[in-house]
Design a protein around this ligand. Structure first.
Ligand code: M6R
Length: 610
């Protein structure tokens, strides 16, 4: 989704701003722009449709000078992707970049038009520029003008405002879209994501909801929504400077798939012993809250939702506790009943997904006992606003298609399930040892699964010219199939559906013909015989079967059925293990199709608008 970078420095900041935008490219965007003021109040604004590199080339050849600037990558919400709609937007001396959506932009547009402002873009953002320009006519400072302007905005914003007449400062406001301030020596920066600034600083301060801050070279002054001067914590980032590098891999997604064994080890480190899960590692308040928990409500979007769907099987079957899972965009608008002693768990890679965040805020009002988040980004909104957070340690995930975030969410959920089962007395010592030993074995098993890369690459040829694919599974492998279908459709643009295999005969069987590949996740477990009957239903109708199974499942390949036989792993961790070949399959199909694997069309990494 959109990205923001800003800087107030003594040196020229064009390169820093453009580098920051490049570091945010993974979030998805359609256009990019920059506005820079020099000490003599000359403003240069450059905007380009398409890749940041085009903007970079133009900025470079224009030799843009100036120590104060703002930059933006836009992902269109209001108005088509075009240069005219790209940020920064300008009104008189005011330049503005903005993430989020201004919901009352139409009313504001009417009011501002009556005041004589002419709108040149179709964006909601342009109202902010005119509104600040209007307020500054009577306000004593840019800060006060922005404070007055944001009071009139409804919706979500992370916005930065620059006045060409005063290049010594930027004013930034946050409500619903994250803003982080980066501290340099004699220079300060800001961005929508700290990743943008890791080449210039490691010291960061996150603004809170409703904050407005004035950033100069030497000072950062923060005011809360009541206009009171407040202090916000400054933290040192632990992210690696080169966390966003691709290394020798062709795509970030490929790199991130192969990072999974390490990401799993990191996520488990210090949280499990040789034979037990350390409950305290779940969170300081965890033991107390888990002991009182009678119901789990998981809320998430996309891949994170699929992780929740797998965990539901674990919560009920392993810990013996009821669990519901809901898509955040549905949950937040549904009149739901809060069950007694219900623990809300949000799952999110980014911690900034607008619908998930809104669901968390709603749940707090609706009497949930406590809110926990399982999240990959420290300092993100979900982490800050939840009662306690359990961090996945996947490292930075750049590819839009979530991979290592998903498997680390799953291992985190499994640790939580085990801790909860121990608290409730549904997991005894022997069972705990069995679960923990499966967890310890998993990273090596994932390495083995990755070694099927060549076989899966060859298989991908069969899919690349198809228009549809079905994924089937039963039990916890049904959501594994859901995740596999999401991966395939988002990066290869092949229409894919997942079904619980037992549901086939209730409709989808009608789709089966020789042009319909059907991928089945079929490890040997207590549902295998049922699944085999479903496979026969497909085979009898001439479907093309691709079965991912283990040696013990006893499948034999023939003209209609290709088998990928993988080593057998524990039933407990098998959903995580079988996810890996599915990720590789979608990756190689996309590679053959030549799509933009890391930044699929129309998609954004972090969905900060609803
Ligand atoms: O950051 P989150 O986990 O909250 O994001 C939720 C979804 O937008 C995300 O999982 C999305 O579905 C992925 N791109 C899928 O690969």
């Amino acid at each position: 989704m959109c990205g923001i970078v800003g800087a107030v420095a003594q040196r020229d900041v064009a390169e820093i701003l453009v580098e920051g935008l490049k570091r945010l490219e993974y979030r998805g965007y359609d256009s990019a722009g920059v506005a820079i003021v020099d000490s003599a109040s000359n403003l240069t604004r450059i905007r380009r449709l398409g890749k940041v590199q085009e903007l970079a080339d133009t900025v470079d050849s224009a030799h843009v000078v100036g120590g104060t600037g703002i930059a933006h990558t836009r992902w269109a919400t209001h108005g088509e992707p075009s240069e005219i709609n790209a940020h920064p937007h300008v009104s008189g001396d005011i330049s503005v970049v903005h993430n989020g959506i201004i919901e009352n932009h139409e009313q504001l547009r009417d009011t501002l038009t009556e005041r004589g402002y002419q709108f040149v873009s179709q964006t909601d953002t342009e109202v902010i520029a005119h509104l600040v320009e209007w307020e500054l006519r009577s306000a004593p400072s840019l800060l006060v003008a922005v404070q007055s302007a944001v009071k009139q905005l409804e919706g979500a914003y992370g916005t930065v405002v620059m006045d060409r007449n005063d290049p010594s400062r930027l004013v930034v406001a946050r409500s619903g879209s994250p803003i982080v301030i980066g501290f340099g020596v004699g220079e300060n920066f800001l961005a929508s994501d700290q990743l943008a600034l890791l080449n210039v600083t490691r010291r960061f301060m996150y603004l809170e909801e409703g904050d407005v801050a004035e950033v100069t070279r030497r000072d950062v002054t923060v005011f809360n929504s009541l206009g009171e001067h407040v202090e916000r914590k400054i933290t040192e980032s632990k992210l690696e400077h080169d966390a966003a590098d691709k290394g020798n891999y062709r795509h970030y997604m490929q790199k991130e798939v192969f990072e999974q064994p390490t990401a799993l080890i990191n996520t488990m480190e210090g949280r499990i012993t040789a034979d037990s899960v350390i409950t305290d590692a779940i969170g300081v308040k965890a033991a107390y809250i888990l002991a009182k928990t009678e119901h789990i409500q998981i809320v998430a979007c996309g891949t994170s939702y699929n992780a929740g769907m797998i965990a539901r099987y674990w919560f009920e079957a392993i810990a013996g506790i009821s669990c519901d899972v809901e898509i955040a965009s549905e949950f937040r608008y549904r009149k739901f009943v809060t069950r007694p002693n219900s623990l809300l768990i949000t799952l999110s890679q980014s911690g900034e997904t607008a619908d998930t965040l809104a669901a968390l805020r709603l749940a707090k009002e609706k009497g949930y006992m406590a809110a926990m988040t399982i999240c990959n980004v420290a300092g993100s909104s979900l982490v800050r606003e939840s009662d306690f957070a359990f961090m996945t340690r996947a490292g930075v995930e750049v590819g839009v298609a979530s991979t290592k975030a998903f498997t680390t969410q799953l291992i985190s959920l499994l640790m939580l399930v085990t801790a909860l089962g121990k608290e409730r007395g549904t997991i005894d010592k022997v069972r705990e040892q069995e679960i923990v030993s499966a967890m310890h074995a998993l990273p090596n098993q994932i390495e083995q699964a990755l070694s099927f890369e060549k076989e899966i690459e060859a298989l991908a040829e069969d899919f690349a010219d198809k228009h549809h694919t079905l994924f089937l599974g039963r039990g916890e492998f049904y959501p594994v199939a859901m995740e596999a279908s999401l991966k395939l459709k988002e990066i290869s643009y092949i229409h894919a559906e997942a079904y619980a295999a037992g549901e086939l005969k209730h409709g989808p069987l009608a789709l089966i013909d020789a042009d319909m590949p059907v991928v089945v996740v079929a490890p040997s477990n207590d549902l295998l015989e049922k699944l085999k009957s479903n496979i026969e239903e497909v085979r009898a109708r001439g479907g093309l079967l691709y079965v991912f199974a283990d040696e013990e499942a006893g499948f034999e390949a023939d003209d209609t059925m290709k088998i990928i036989t993988m080593p057998h792993v524990s039933d407990i961790t098998a959903p995580i293990y079988y996810t890996v070949p599915m990720q590789l399959l979608s990756y190689y199909v996309a590679l053959i199709k030549g799509t933009d694997v890391d930044q699929p069309r129309n998609l954004a990494k972090s969905v900060t608008v609803e």
